[in-house]
Ligand binder design. Structure first.
Ligand code: NAI
Ligand code: MG
Length: 396
């Protein structure tokens, strides 16, 4: 069946990598129509809204989107770039990708990190007797995407009600004493049972479907007792009741950052709250080649799913006449979309083609090569975005 995919290129290199990705999808035989949706800086400047309602409507209707990247700027800087007609409108910029997450409650974020054999950027470690080992990483990080420390419930100089609530806590008196409210900033870390259960279940279900033997909860329950503690308790209950054949491991975020450079091959599915999920997924992305390889999916329980590379719009590379950035993160994100839609064969075909291109080593974008100049100078022999996409298409 022919699918309809909402295509949201956004800004900068998001536009380039999405265009090349659609070419790869077409060459691989994915039968789809793409409807382009407006999002990003241009629409902020022209309309005062980087996430127009018509874009929300399209996603509501067609449910599945590929997203490139957007440019965000601080509020003051953003206001200065509004078109003359809007310059006195008093409109305040807010990130459209965060807006999408909130609007559609895209609370599940999946970030797989799988190393390709032969990628010159793969993590290498020294073993006993100084041997060189290249452990291949194959993990999928499940990050709660809407709550916790990024939930936006924060205060500086809190009002009387909030201050009274804080100072009534025995730990506050004990640890902070009589600090005046003008000298306090608070960012809350709220976990709800419902959302925590959803991310945990998604992680276990993914482990079961994809043959992973363990789920690692990466939090800090011994210190952050209420939120991490609740997550750990729920994880134990789910594992016991529904997934007895999958091991539940419990690591602390700090120790996990150490373990991932010692034994990254030991981990399968990792699940965490919003901020720790963000941190640990960047950590693992670094082991498989970094931003050029880091893909992701965000989904709601109402069947809305957005697939996007982890990287941003990389403005310094946006205006190159020939684009030099690596399209693999975006192409891999599209493969996640294919998995989601049940188009396994096409996904496998594309991933195999990427694997062959990397293993052969003849086509490498600048980020895959040893730097010989400053990072923003095109490396000698580096492939362009187009050449990388072509090489992948040639190997389909
Ligand atoms: P960035 O991810 O855009 O770029 C950081 C650096 O990583 C680049 O300068 C480049 O050296 C490298 N890089 C990124 N993608 C690459 C690729 N595909 N191939 C090769 N190299 C690549 O992050 P930055 O510079 O912090 O942010 C730039 C803009 O993007 C900001 O306006 C930021 O707000 C926005 N952003 C948007 C995101 C999104 O749309 N989801 C996520 C992160 C940042
Ligand atoms: Mg991040």
């Amino acid at each position: 069946t022919r699918r309809t995919i909402v295509s949201m290129p956004g800004d900068g290199i998001g536009r380039v990598v999405l265009e090349k990705t659609i070419r790869v999808l077409q060459a691989a035989g994915f039968d789809a129509e793409y409807i382009e949706a407006d999002i990003g800086w241009e629409f902020w400047r022209k309309e005062g809204n980087p996430l127009p309602q018509r874009t929300i409507d399209l996603l509501e209707k067609y449910k599945i989107a590929l997203f490139g990247a957007i440019t965000s700027k601080p509020k003051e800087a953003a206001a200065k770039e509004l078109s003359p007609e809007l310059s006195n409108s008093g409109l305040v910029y807010s990130s459209p990708i965060v807006g999408l997450r909130q609007h559609f409650n895209l609370d599940i974020c999946i970030r797989p990190c799988r190393s390709y054999q032969g990628n010159p950027l793969n993590f290498i470690r020294r073993g006993k007797n100084n041997t060189v080992e290249e452990p291949l990483v194959d993990v999928a990080i499940f990050r709660q995407n809407t709550e916790g420390l990024y939930g936006g419930v924060e205060w500086s100089n809190p009002d009387d009600t909030v201050y009274a609530a804080l100072t009534s806590h025995p730990k506050f008196v004990k640890n902070f004493g009589a600090v005046p409210r003008e000298e306090i900033s608070v960012s809350t870390r709220i976990f709800t049972k419902q959302a925590t259960l959803r991310i945990l279940k998604a992680a276990f279900e993914y482990a079961k479907k994809n043959g992973y033997k363990s789920v690692t909860l990466c939090e800090k329950p011994n210190v952050i007792r209420e939120t991490s503690g609740m997550m750990f308790k729920l994880a134990q209950e789910i594992q016991k009741a529904e997934y007895p054949n999958i091991a539940l491991w419990n690591t602390n975020i700090d120790a996990q950052m150490m373990w991932l450079t010692k034994n990254p091959e030991n981990y399968g599915v990792i699940v965490a709250g919003n901020m720790f999920g963000d941190i640990v997924s960047d950590g693992f992305a670094g082991l498989i080649g970094g931003l050029g390889f880091a893909c992701s999916a965000q989904m709601s329980d109402e069947g809305i799913a957005v697939f996007e590379p982890t990287h941003g719009s990389a403005p310094k590379y946006a205006d190159y006449e020939v684009s030099i950035v690596n399209p693999i993160a975006m192409i891999e994100s599209a493969c996640m979309m294919l998995d989601y839609l049940g188009e396994k064969e096409i996904a496998v075909k594309i991933r195999k083609a990427i694997a062959t291109v990397i293993r052969e080593g003849k086509t490498q974008t600048y980020d895959m090569m040893k730097m010989t100049g400053t990072p923003d100078v095109i490396q000698k022999g580096a492939a362009s975005t187009q050449q990388m996409a072509d090489a992948i298409i040639d190997h389909l």
